[in-house]
Design a protein around this ligand. Sequence first.
Ligand SMILES: [Zn+2]
Length: 355
Amino acid sequence: MFEQFTGNSRVKAVLKRMLTNNRLPGAMLFTGEEGVGKKLFALEVARALNCRTPKDGEACGVCSACTRIMKLNYPQREDAEEWTQIIWTDHPDVGLVVAPKRVLRVEQMRQIEKEANFRPFEGKARVFLIDEADKLNDASANALLKVLEEPPKTSHLILITARPAMLLPTILSRCQMIRFSPLTPDEIESHLLKNKVVDAKTARLRARAAGGSMGRALSGDLVTFTSQRKAMLKVLNALAISDDRADLLRSSEQLNEAQYREEFEERLDVLETLIRDAWMLSLGVESAQLVNEDLSTELREISKKIDSSRAADWILHIEDLREQLIVNVNRKVTTDALFMVMAGDVPAPKRPKIR
Ligand SMILES: [Zn+2]
């Protein structure tokens, strides 16, 4: 039952149509920001395929198959070695893999290949989720390609990522992409209220500060996110309004400070949502549609100074930087260069694509 999930009505309609027509692709890629429900939707697809009493192509949500699919048996310990196996649900046909450390491994893809070749043990289809698919390296991506090239009819692979640009084109071309949108503050607020997570005042605040992510709104840990957003808004201000190079270089320095090392990619994600919001405003979209609606005053000022082509270029440059980070480059130097390219001081370097 996709209705139980908040937002993304277009995705619901698309998946429902595929399921009712028995046209679910063997390989799909669920993309969209962190915390918008990609994994939940993927598990719901697995349920719809294996439910014992499905209705109109959707899962009943209460039969034994449906209940067991929602129970993922994550390893108890942090030890990376325990995370290199398929993590099965309580249903023998549904499992997922995650990156044990920073990289999804070849052996994980080989396991999926082997398991995908079995016929379903209990239900109608075997379903494998590959979480954080952006963490495939060349070797594991190539191992995965083998499965994607001729997937058995009764097996489905669902790749999940917030950063599709990091995937090899050969992988992208073999998966049907399903794009999830960030949730609107109103959608998040009504979810928090309906489920009595917090009181009305807190719900309103959290919904507006969550940047489109239900995960963030639910966890309530908005402190980190708020400071990330503040720092990235400063970058955008320096780029669009003050044109202050010193400010940009200081921001680059901060972004590369040791304490923020783990947050580097998250901060780039935040910068991208801010750019997209300002871009939307420049196209005349209502501020209620923004991911960062609570910053609409600041974003509106920025939107007056940019146009679509500049915003689109900025996003391309950021994606470009992410690609460069896969190989060993000096992160600080690259970030400096990124900001200067975005400021329009230097043309974007013409370099061959890494892949
Ligand atoms: Zn069911």
